[in-house]
Design a protein around this ligand. Structure first.
Ligand code: GCU
Length: 663
């Protein structure tokens, strides 16, 4: 089995499989996307059946009397949607766009891989979110910010790489419906600032053409201060005419040279990156200036809301990092041009194992919005621990904001249903690198796969997605499937159990964010505190404290504001509570901390035990690679358990009811 192809490594179908009878593909592929649709089907069915279907012209379909796959233009269909169905023994892919045809082709491949028959096939799907994007934090020297699977396959030594892996990457993305990719880090420095100059146009064009052939638009992260840093102007003031003109000229050149480009992602006035604040201007001023420059080319400006004071004094109880995204952007609702999208992280802090949903969702009404999640497991085990995140994303998407009476969930907002927006969707910070298996931990690929599937169809269940990914990656063996599903579906819960308790987050080593350090971020400038003392722990974000709970619409605001109604798993995010406070579960805070940390480790032990039963049932190389990581996870979960339990035992002086060993 080739690991380079991830879930597109095709096994041989059973003898009785009805896909074996499909001997022809009737099509006249003219566009690159159609050629890829046909090529993918030929390659997949060829490998799965041992006999590559012959391509013949659409006009010949009556010819040989054998069964075929046909394409049908469907004027009614939604862009990029498809309908695949059986018709008199043939399989038809109907769609209104080439991209829909490609997605239909990948749907057939999926059906074949998971063991479904073409007989009686009838599946119609439209992508629910318009934009389904990956954000790579790849640097041009080849390193990856928060990368846990090797180096970049887009960049090396300040050059852009275009090779076989680029094509496989595009195929993998298209196969799960991802239609956009930002290839460079949001922290745009050094050579990356030059991506919008002729130094890189040729390679960018090649890359964007490969992407376009798979329905993917190439995006770049932009340096807000580019006119200054490229040495051409001495200001980047968004209201200066000269600056506006510079960007218009620049964008004209960029889009002439790289016509498939989709637009730009911008991190401004955040963690030291430049932005409009330098000139006393707003984020709307900055975003709108760029939006005007890319507008003639259909370009989008995706502007991040991850803006906060990263030089806070830990003694300051008034400033609340959780509030900052909301406070910086809410007043600007309605002030952005139509081709600007605000990209909002799922929670108000930074991709912790548990956070409430960002209050800008449900706050903003007149602004295009996109949800940003992180499948790079920065705070969730860095792809050494297994942590299947799709269940978490599903919770976020299902959250009711009450911005309207109905259709008010995050999913409704970012799919455009609530306010009829068409420029919206979901982005994931990518977890890929040049490791052979793409994601370091073989099981981390389930997050890449799952993200695409979820953005295309958020009604798909996390468990179904996981099952499908397992079968497509490791084949149909029932035992393999059951064990890996048990592991994946318990992994987020297990990680949360031995991690920071009850929504408080952080407790990691500064900078590299791995491993337990309860006070690692406690006396620092990043706005990330747990405020534990001998009596209690948690941040008071109620109306007595920072008032953050009040940023939600009712009834969420009241629910979070009171410790009685605040869900247990977020209690310490919203409230400072004594250790003997009784949770809704009936346990005290301190006993909850002890219990979850012991039980989290037991759950990991169970996962590893079951995994070990798979020796010989999955390819040895993958087995060994995973076993190594599982052994580390087992050890490391103990480190988390013991450091956290010990810390709170020493702080509180309270014994564990069950008398287990705490140091
Ligand atoms: C986190 C992460 C950074 C990243 C930042 C962002 O803080 O640790 O590496 O740059 O998020 O999202 O911009």
């Amino acid at each position: 089995m080739g690991f380079e192809q991830a879930w597109l490594s095709y096994g041989v179908l059973r003898k009785e499989s009805k896909w074996r009878g499909i001997e022809r593909i009737c099509a006249d592929p003219a566009s690159p996307v159609m050629k890829n649709a046909v090529g993918e089907l030929q390659k997949a069915l060829g490998t799965m059946t041992g006999k590559e279907p012959v391509l013949c012209s659409g006009a010949d379909k009556e010819a040989a009397g054998t069964r075929c796959i046909r394409f049908r233009q469907d004027g009614e269909g939604k862009a990029d949607g498809y309908h695949v169905y059986e018709e008199s023994g043939d399989v038809v892919i109907a769609a209104s766009s080439d991209c829909g045809m490609l997605y239909g082709a990948f749907e057939l491949i999926r059906q074949a891989q998971i063991g479904n028959s073409p007989v009686g096939l009838d599946i119609a799907k439209d992508p629910v979110m318009p934009l389904r994007m990956l954000n790579h934090w790849d640097n041009m020297d080849g390193s990856i910010e928060r990368g846990y699977s090797g180096n970049s396959f887009f960049f090396d030594h300040d050059e852009i790489l275009v090779d076989d892996r680029t094509v496989t990457y595009a195929r993998l993305l298209a196969s799960v419906g991802i239609n956009g990719a930002v290839i460079n880090n949001v922290n745009v420095k050094d050579a990356a600032t030059w991506l919008i100059t002729d130094r890189y146009f040729d390679k960018l064009r090649q890359l964007s053409e490969i992407f376009a052939g798979y329905g993917i638009r190439l995006f770049l992260s932009l340096n807000y201060a580019a006119p200054v840093e490229l040495g051409e102007l001495d200001s980047a003031d968004p209201l200066s005419e000269e600056v506006g003109k510079w960007w218009k000229d620049r964008m004209k050149l960029v889009f002439e040279q790289v016509p498939h480009l989709g637009g730009f992602l911008i991190k401004a006035d955040s963690e030291g990156r430049p932005g409009p604040f330098t000139y006393g201007r707003t984020h709307a001023d900055g975003a709108n200036m760029l939006a005007e420059a890319v507008e003639p080319y259909g370009g989008l400006i995706i502007w991040r809301c991850f803006v906060y004071n990263c030089k806070q004094d830990w003694r300051d109880y008034k400033t609340d990092r959780a509030r900052s995204g909301y406070d910086n952007f809410i007043e600007l609702d309605g002030a952005f041009r139509d081709n600007v999208i605000l990209q909002i992280k799922n929670g108000p802090m930074d991709f912790q194992v548990r956070e409430p949903v960002h209050p800008l969702f449900g706050g903003l009404k007149d602004t295009n919005q996109m949800l940003e999640v992180q499948i790079a497991q920065e705070y969730t085990g860095q792809q050494r621990h297994v942590c299947y995140l799709i269940p978490m994303f599903q919770e976020v998407l299902g959250f009711r904001t009450y911005v309207t009476e109905t259709d008010d969930t995050v999913k409704d907002l970012v799919s455009g249903k609530t306010f009829g927006h068409t420029k919206c969707g979901m982005a994931a910070v990518a977890n890929t690198g040049n490791d052979e298996n793409w994601t370091g931990h073989d099981l981390a690929a389930a997050n890449l796969y799952g993200f695409g599937r979820l953005a295309f169809d958020p009604s798909a269940l996390a468990e179904e997605i996981a099952r499908e990914w397992v079968v497509r990656t490791f084949g149909e063996d029932e035992e393999v499937c059951e064990v890996l599903l048990f592991i994946l579906m318990n992994s987020w819960r297990a990680y949360e159990m031995y991690n920071a308790p009850l929504g408080i987050g952080w407790m990691v080593n500064p900078n590299y964010h791995y491993g337990p350090s309860v006070d690692g971020y406690e006396y620092d400038r990043w706005g990330t505190y747990h405020r534990a003392d001998h009596l209690g722990i948690g941040v008071d974000r109620s109306h007595h404290g920072t008032g953050y709970a009040g940023l939600y619409r009712e009834p969420n605001a009241s629910m979070y504001d009171s410790p009685e109604s605040c869900p247990d798993e977020l209690l310490l995010f919203f409230h400072h509570m004594p250790y003997d406070h009784k949770l809704q579960s009936g346990k005290t805070v301190i006993q909850h901390i002890y219990d979850t940390h012991f039980e989290g480790v037991e759950l990991v032990d169970e996962m590893v035990k079951r995994f070990e039963s798979l020796e010989g049932k999955i390819p040895d190389k993958a087995y060994r690679r995973m076993l190594d990581r599982f052994r580390h996870q087992k050890e490391h979960a103990r480190e988390w358990r013991d450091q956290i339990n010990t810390y709170f035992y020493r702080k509180s002086g309270m014994d564990d009811e069950k008398g287990r060993q705490i140091f």
